[in-house]
Design a binder for this molecule. Structure first.
Ligand code: P53
Length: 474
């Protein structure tokens, strides 16, 4: 591995900061989501209802405890720490003319704290936390006005942290909304609150994604003008999709599924819509607002690197009922008989990471940055305050092995690796605390009870050695 390889960890503001209404912060879409319970998905309420429990309101109180947490990351040897800025701390409603100085100051202090330990902050501009006011007053990203609001926010933080932040990402997992039948993905990606089975959902998703892609490209261009040294990437959830068999029908199903899930990256990395998407819009009779001005903006805003999260793979099988091989996220997948799954049903597929890195490298010829990877699992604290998370070490070790093969054997250019939730935090998908990813344990349960005390897990010491030896000792 290169000596400058960026080892670190990743988190997102809304999942750990807490302090949801402190120092002028506005309500975000993460603030109106409950905890998933008994197999039911997180509820998305109409605004904040007083008697309802919202896990993100408290997070793990990183807002007040970050010096202690950054110190622990430094102890592990982090070179970089990926965090998002909560848009609602900077522009509480999203459409103000003036930024909130207290919010800006918070990130000044946080980034300074990282720099004290030579930890390079890596910033996601929008990680599932857009201002809720932009949903209620403008309809979320279905509205072209959102581009300007986002750019105003991006410009504010690019200028403010010009000397403190070098690595940026625009929208977290912009391609999750491929699964437009899921309320969670639509609201977190695009602030689209839809009724179940809304017939317009698919077209709205493509329109919202288009505005986001234009905003992303314009932000890349603007960021480079503000500081030519900025490295600005996109961020996709990379879940490779395999055919169940070598039947050409299954092969085509998998190929179409990959196109459906990764065209967003084609736009961000190649600067234009791929032909298959344009043809799909035509065939579907979508009436989308895409101007020639937009297309020029996309061409001028190609990303510097491709950021990806990698957790699992999907497998698909063609069926007679689906002659066009249409793929709609998980609803279209089948079980892979060669893979085991986590307690939350996510397949565990380390080799899929090598496959994914090669696939992205072949297609985009850009540096890749693995900005999330990890195992969500239940941890037990022993009587002497230890957490023996051998399952997590096993998962991470197997993935780093494959990462090394991709780099050393296949020659893929990977900039760094920041496992998800290096400190336990609120799960995005379920709102649970008990779905833990961290190397640092946080004492809190699913109802928000606990001392919030931080403990080093076994994986903490394991990862510390990985970083110390630059990945030689796994
Ligand atoms: P959790 C799936 C569902 C929800 C969020 O997920 C996801 C994914 C993966 O595509 O995205 C990322 O907490 C996300 C993080 C999130 C992490 O995966 O549901 O960028 O915010 O916490 C893990 O187990």
């Amino acid at each position: 591995m290169d000596k400058n390889f960026l080892w670190g960890g990743a988190v997102a503001a809304h999942q750990l900061e807490g302090a949801w209404n402190v120092d002028g912060k506005g309500v975000s879409v993460a603030d109106i989501m409950t905890t998933a319970q008994n197999g039911h998905e997180r509820r998305i309420t109409d605004g904040v209802i007083p008697e309802v429990y919202y896990p993100n309101h408290q997070g793990i109180d990183f807002y007040h405890r970050y010096p202690e947490d950054i110190k622990l990351m430094a102890e592990m040897g982090f070179k970089t720490f990926r965090i998002s800025i909560a848009w609602t701390r900077i522009f509480p409603n999203g459409d103000e003319l003036q930024a909130n100085e207290t919010g800006l100051k918070f990130y000044d202090d946080l980034f300074d704290e990282c720099r004290r330990y030579s930890i390079e902050p890596m910033i996601t501009l929008s990680h599932f936390e857009m201002p809720y006011h932009l949903v209620t007053a403008y309809g979320g990203w279905r509205n072209r006005k959102l581009i300007d609001f986002f750019l105003k926010y991006a410009e504010t933080v690019f200028k403010r942290y010009r000397e403190k932040v070098k690595y940026w990402m625009t929208f977290n997992e912009i391609n999750n909304q491929t699964d437009y039948t899921k309320a969670f993905f639509m609201v977190t990606n695009s602030g689209l609150k839809l009724t179940k089975d809304d017939p317009a959902a698919e077209q709205l998703m493509y329109q919202a994604a288009h505005y986001e892609l234009v905003a992303s490209a314009l932000a890349v261009k603007m960021g480079h003008a503000i500081n030519p040294k900025f490295k600005i990437g996109n961020m996709i959830n990379m879940t490779p999709i395999y055919p169940l068999t070598a039947d050409p029908d299954d092969m085509l199903m998998a190929q179409k599924a990959m196109q459906t899930r990764y065209w967003y990256t084609d736009v961000q990395a190649n600067g234009q819509y791929p032909s298959y998407v344009m043809r799909y819009f035509e065939r579907s009779g979508f009436n989308l607002d895409i101007t020639s001005h937009d297309l020029a903006a996309l061409r001028a805003g190609i990303v510097d690197y491709v950021g990806l999260s990698y957790y699992n793979s999907f497998t698909v099988q063609a069926s007679a009922n689906n002659p066009t091989y249409k793929f709609i996220g998980e609803a279209t997948t089948v079980a892979n008989p060669t893979l085991k799954a986590s307690d939350w049903g996510w397949t565990i597929d380390p080799k899929g990471l090598r496959y994914a890195l090669n696939w992205l490298n072949d297609r985009y010829h850009l540096p890749l940055m693995i900005v999330e990877n990890g195992l969500g699992a239940v941890d037990k604290v022993t009587n002497d305050g230890k957490i023996h998370d051998t399952y997590r070490i096993g998962y991470l070790r197997a993935h780093v092995e494959q990462l090394k093969l991709a780099v050393d054997v296949d020659g893929v250019n990977v900039m760094g690796y920041t496992p998800w939730g290096c400190i336990d935090l609120i799960s995005a998908g379920t709102g649970q605390m008990s779905k833990r990813y961290g190397m640092i344990y946080v004492d809190q349960d699913d109802s928000g009870h606990g001392s919030l005390k931080r403990l080093r897990k076994d994986s903490f010491y394991w990862y510390q050695r990985v970083i110390q030896t630059n990945g030689r000792v796994l």
